[in-house]
Design a protein around this ligand. Structure first.
Ligand code: UD1
Ligand code: CA
Length: 461
């Protein structure tokens, strides 16, 4: 028996009050829908179909290869969505797993458990349930024998039904043989005037077929219908991610204040202080220390590095390198091993060679800085003339004096020096000192002249 998955993701998500489709809202760096697709990834599925409607084109853009979409023209309810999803699908003889696209905490192991129970019991349908009260989830109704007979939505429930604690998670496996027929029989005879997928359960049970249930941790059923719920889900996901990394040997001073994206990779021995945000494909090697206050996007950090109070985007930080406090690495910054980028330094598309240092107050853009070079405070690559960008090359062991303006394109040779305050517009030979500076003049007795002027002004008024 093959398993085919239907992910329902056509809904408007009205309560998000957003132009973006609900399932594309970000949770720890991934769209909500991607969390569901990730949960499905370890399960051997014969086919995965996402039912799209609101923002269909945008949602289709994120679907991985092998996952297809079906359009639900009008959002007439979950039953109608399932009907749209099975169009053209071979369902007879197969199991159909149906789940919502807005349930990011659902895990692959729970889905596996649901499928295993379904196969083991030979049921016509198996429903994922949990004990939650109060809630706006549909209630699971059972007969005296304890058999599942029906699901009732909150808006259709009477007080006795509302008091039921067991709720419908909205995740089901259906045996395909009766599924199509049951879907065709759905009506909109309910409080919301919608085709309810939940009515398929009542239809199957009513026709004498066995419907099973698997109980799960209610946390897994956390749905996202509003920004409040999105923030709540993000908190739960954050806890799950951080506990996972701590179990892998990562130290966190305060895990409630560490924000790690789903695709980030850390090594054992990494130490993280509060208010660190690691996003995208960021990777951190062992024994590196991050924070307080670090933002890293798509950045690779080697082993034994130290980064604090800094922003890094699309950059590479080598082993044993130091960054910050207050450094900004813009895309294309590459800090080689044991190099240092210090306080109030900005780099862009720049390589800092092994052991090279830019310790304070500098801008290095489109620069190639050789190993063990030292760039003094206040130095800047003037890489832009208002039209084009040019490159600055600084040789190995070169010494750039404080407040040097390097007007690109320009090359400073290996072991060369520039004098403090120089505006360097021409290449500097290896080992030479380039000084571009007016001679210092001295006007003696100047203070006395100023004093005299002050006195005269007082007398005149
Ligand atoms: C549904 C269940 C409810 C269950 C809850 C669990 C029904 C009638 N009720 O309610 O018993 O407790 O899930 O989360 O099924 N969707 C479409 N097309 C539509 C309508 C919905 O694709 O026409 C999608 C939505 O995008 C969403 C999912 O189906 O991802 C669930 O829809 P939603 O309206 O949120 O259902 P609930 O009211 O939460
Ligand atoms: Ca919902």
């Amino acid at each position: 028996m093959a398993v085919k998955a239907l992910v329902l993701a056509a809904g408007a998500g009205t309560r998000m009050k957003s132009n973006a489709p609900k399932v594309l809202h970000d949770l720890a760096g991934l769209p909500l829908l991607q969390w569901v697709l990730d949960a499905l990834a370890p399960i051997a599925l014969d086919e995965t179909v996402v039912v799209v409607g609101h923002g269909a084109e945008e949602v289709e853009k994120i679907l991985p290869e092998g996952v297809t979409s079906r359009l639900q023209d009008q959002q007439l309810g979950t039953g109608d969505a399932a009907r749209a999803g099975v169009v053209g699908m071979e369902i007879i003889g197969n199991a159909i797993l149906v789940l919502p696209g807005d349930m990011p905490l659902l895990t692959g192991s729970t889905i596996r458990r649901l499928l295993d129970a379904h196969q083991a019991t030979n049921a016509a349908a198996t429903v994922l349930t949990a004990e939650i009260q109060p809630s706006d989830f549909g209630r699971i109704l059972r007969n005296e024998a304890g058999e599942l007979v029906r699901i009732v939505e909150v808006r259709d429930a009477d007080p006795d039904e509302l008091a039921v604690q067991e709720v419908n998670g909205g995740v089901y496996v259906f045996s395909g043989d009766l599924f199509g027929e049951a879907l065709d029989d759905l009506t909109t005879d309910n409080a919301q005037g919608e085709y309810y997928l939940t009515d398929v359960i009542g239809w199957l049970a009513g026709a004498g077929h066995k419907v099973g249930a698997v109980v799960t941790d209610p946390v897994e059923l956390t749905g996202v219908n509003s920004h409040q719920q999105l923030a709540g889900a993000a908190r739960l996901v954050r806890r799950r991610i951080n506990e996972g990394w701590m179990a892998e040997g990562v130290w966190m001073q305060d895990p409630d204040r560490v924000y790690i994206g789903a695709r980030v990779r850390l090594s054992p021995g990494v130490r993280i202080f509060p208010d660190v945000h690691l996003e995208g494909a960021t990777e951190v090697g062992s024994d590196s220390v991050l924070g307080p206050d670090v933002y890293a996007l798509d950045t690779r950090i080697g082993t034994g590095s130290r980064v604090w109070y800094s922003v890094m985007r699309g950059s590479t930080v080598g082993d044993g390198a130091e960054v910050g406090p207050y450094a900004s690495l813009r895309p294309g910054s590459v800090l080689e091993a044991r190099s240092k980028l210090g306080t109030f330094v900005e780099t862009k598309n720049t390589r800092l060679g092994e052991g090279a240092k830019v310790p304070h107050l500098a801008y290095m853009g489109d620069a190639d800085i050789g190993a063990r070079a030292n760039v003094g405070a206040g130095s800047i690559t003037c890489n832009y003339d208002g039209v084009s960008k040019y490159t600055t090359k600084i040789g190995e062991r070169a010494f750039i004096g404080s407040d040097t303006m390097l007007v690109a394109p320009v090359t400073i040779g290996d072991d060369a020096f520039t004098g403090a305050g120089s505006v360097i517009t021409q290449d500097v030979s290896p080992g030479a000192l380039a000084v571009e500076r007016n001679e210092q003049k001295e006007i003696r007795g100047y203070a006395a002249r100023v004093e005299a002027r002050k006195k005269k002004k007082q007398q005149d008024t």
